[in-house]
Ligand binder design. Sequence first.
Ligand SMILES: C[S@@+](CC[C@H](N)C(=O)[O-])C[C@H]1O[C@@H](n2cnc3c(N)ncnc32)[C@H](O)[C@@H]1O
Length: 273
Amino acid sequence: MDGRNGGPGGAALVNEDVAHNARVWNYWLGGKDYYAVDRQVGDHVVGVYPAIREVARADRAFLGRAVRYLVREAGIRQFLDIGTGLPTAENTHEVAQRIAPESRVVYVDNDPVVLAHARALLVGSPEGATDYVDADAHDPEAILRAAEGTLDFTRPVAIMLLGILNFVSETDRARAIVRRLLEAVPSGSHLAVTHPTLELGGEANAEAMRFWNEHATPPITARSRAEFASFFAGTELLEPGIVSCAHWRHATEGNGAGEPPEVAQFGAVGRKP
Ligand SMILES: C[S@@+](CC[C@H](N)C(=O)[O-])C[C@H]1O[C@@H](n2cnc3c(N)ncnc32)[C@H](O)[C@@H]1O
């Protein structure tokens, strides 16, 4: 174990010999829950593609802006956040419940280290609800069944799929998962997605993904703008549409005129009419 607090520990069925996405993502974000192998693979990727840390930070910043928009402007009070990641600063329930304490959030992940931490750390406000489901994104039926104890599917829900559809290797399967989730929620619900792309980031990004797929798990698939757009079928894309997630509503939130550097991760939010 290698994290600054001695590694994640405590979780069953953890393979400490293979780098795993949730832990490497936590390492790139400056967290402390990772093993030596995660640091080694994470450092190699940074060596090949230094912008990867910025991708992780921009993705989390997108999460904050998207949740603030959804709560303040779209009136959303329920979130289904699939591919939660290890708890870090500004998790979905913290952002939402700070504005609307009655917000209800269901987190879903299939990583045993995330499971070990999430139940302890993702504790919400007394007025709202925060639940954690151990499930695979490939199985939307199981996710919906598990979430219905906490979320009311007759009222709008925001489905959050940030950095997770890239771990569903077939695009048709990824589309079917999103379609099934959207079917289960009523008009006024929203879909927020971030996803890596090789259309931004150049050859270094492609090299980093090749390295990841040879040395770490689960394997990652990048997608084109057109493939990313297809996940939003049946929704109305909100302004500014599909952009690098670093740019989504960045200026709108009063961050000044200057845009931050583009990162190789698309971000968008759609509304189910
Ligand atoms: C790149 S992290 C993103 C975390 C967070 N959504 C964010 O944007 O910061 C991806 C997360 O998806 C989880 N994950 C990967 N494949 C999954 C699957 N098939 N089912 C559920 N979770 C999965 C990983 O364990 C990891 O926590």
